[in-house]
Design a protein around this ligand. Structure first.
Ligand code: HGY
Ligand code: MN
Ligand code: MN
Ligand code: MN
Length: 398
């Protein structure tokens, strides 16, 4: 089946009517979950499927083994996300395998399509949770204890999905199998449409991290409490949101976002007792911690002015990644010299790049918009991406 055909099969699964976009998470509710769909489709291609100790799903063409060629991505999404971010890499992997099988190709190296768990961190807050656990770049206890908005832990959710949380953690056996990892992904940001190219090779991923700012004040009555008597955490939270943009604008090429702000208890006629906001900060090179320190200073000053307290907690951080040189050169040569793209979006390939030769292919997104229902890739470009992936997998596994 073509990659577009697979995409059509999963279209709508996990779409959130309130937002119009997708809201799919690791170990999700059945109506959102694509894990079974993937297993069924992979088995249909004669692949051997296994779920690892961290909830990542591996579909092997031939027996699992060392020096494997591995491709894949994720099936979860951000809240209100698009149809391509994640799934495009997975369906292109399945479609590339099917095309190679149809052409009579037989890999001389083990070859796998993998689905990593909770890449967006949309439910449990830490991005690339499955690949961080695989590589041991997150403490297994910390991962097990991560909670979703309903207080359900990652361990509980994984356990319900049949993954034994007690076994989570670095999976050296599977990591050592990977000879090269290649992730195909929809382009996030506007680039290829201006370059007139359907496919690009990934070059770098900029450093990025997430910080939680917890403001505490005095919950109180909106009408009975004079302004002078308030310690309203909404004020320093609001001041911090504007400080994020003001301070990031002073740092070349910085991106900093507050996309989530949660007042508690959240009543219209109630002065909040606490307000939590999450900062997503990304600066190429070493600049992210410095920017976050500036923002934290502004948050503390604003909290003090309002008689509130603030606690800042780093929830995740990964430094700049440059993809494997030799692989980038090979990809470029095998695909006829497509453009190279840096990206501000994080990916499982960027986590793996610290452990195995890793690379990325991007497929043109004419809107340049991602993490939104407007994220898009033309069917012709989707097929060009899957064909490019098939070419590269064949070259690597021949
Ligand atoms: O947030 C990111 O950069 C990625 O889409 N997970
Ligand atoms: Mn969901
Ligand atoms: Mn994403
Ligand atoms: Mn993604």
């Amino acid at each position: 089946m073509t990659a577009s055909g697979f995409l059509a099969e999963i279209a709508g699964v996990g779409r959130d009517p309130k937002r119009g976009g997708y809201s799919r998470h690791a170990f999700d509710a059945p109506e959102h979950d694509l894990r079974e769909w993937f297993v069924e489709r992979a088995l249909g291609l004669g692949l051997d499927v296994e779920t690892d100790r961290n909830g990542n799903i591996w579909a092997w063409w031939g027996p699992p083994g060392r020096n494997a060629v591995v491709t894949g991505s994720h099936l979860d999404s951000v809240p209100g996300g698009g149809a391509f971010d994640g799934p495009l890499g997975v369906v292109s992997g399945l479609s590339a395998v099917e095309a190679l099988q149809t052409n009579g190709f037989r890999p001389r190296r083990p070859l796998a399509v993998v689905v990593f768990a909770e890449e967006e961190g949309g439910r449990f807050g830490v991005p690339c949770l499955g690949s961080r656990l695989l590589t041991g770049t997150i403490d297994a206890d910390k991962a097990r204890g991560l909670r979703d908005a309903d207080g359900v832990t990652f361990a509980e959710a994984a356990g319900k999905a049949g993954v034994d949380p007690a076994r989570m953690g670095r999976d050296t056996e599977r990591l050592d199998r990977i000879g090269q990892f290649l992730e195909l992904h929809v382009e996030q940001g506007r680039g290829l449409i201006d370059l007139g190219a359907p496919v690009a090779v990934g070059s770098t991923v900029i450093a990025h991290g997430r910080w939680r700012f917890s403001f505490a004040g005095q919950g109180n009555h909106a009408g009975a409490t004079l302004l002078a008597d308030r310690a309203d955490p909404m004020l320093p939270a609001a001041a911090t949101v504007t400080a994020v943009r003001r301070l990031a604008a002073q740092v070349p090429d910085a991106r900093a976002t507050v996309g989530r702000l949660v007042p508690t208890p959240g009543g219209t006629n109630v002065i909040a007792s606490t307000v939590d906001l999450w900062l997503d900060a990304r600066v190429p090179g070493q600049g992210t911690p410095g920017l976050v320190a500036e923002i934290s200073r502004a948050a503390s000053e604003a909290a003090q002015e309002e008689g509130c307290r603030v606690e800042v907690t780093r929830e995740s951080y990964s430094g700049d990644v440059v993809f494997d040189d030799a692989l980038r050169r090979d990809l470029g040569g095998w695909l006829g010299g497509p453009p190279e793209l840096p990206t501000g979006a994080g990916h499982d390939a960027a986590i793996l790049a610290g452990f195995v030769p890793a690379g990325m292919l991007y497929v043109r997104n004419p809107t340049g918009i991602s993490h939104s229902p407007e994220e898009f890739a033309e069917a012709g470009d989707v097929e060009a991406g899957a064909a490019a992936l098939a070419t590269v997998l064949e070259r690597l596994a021949r």
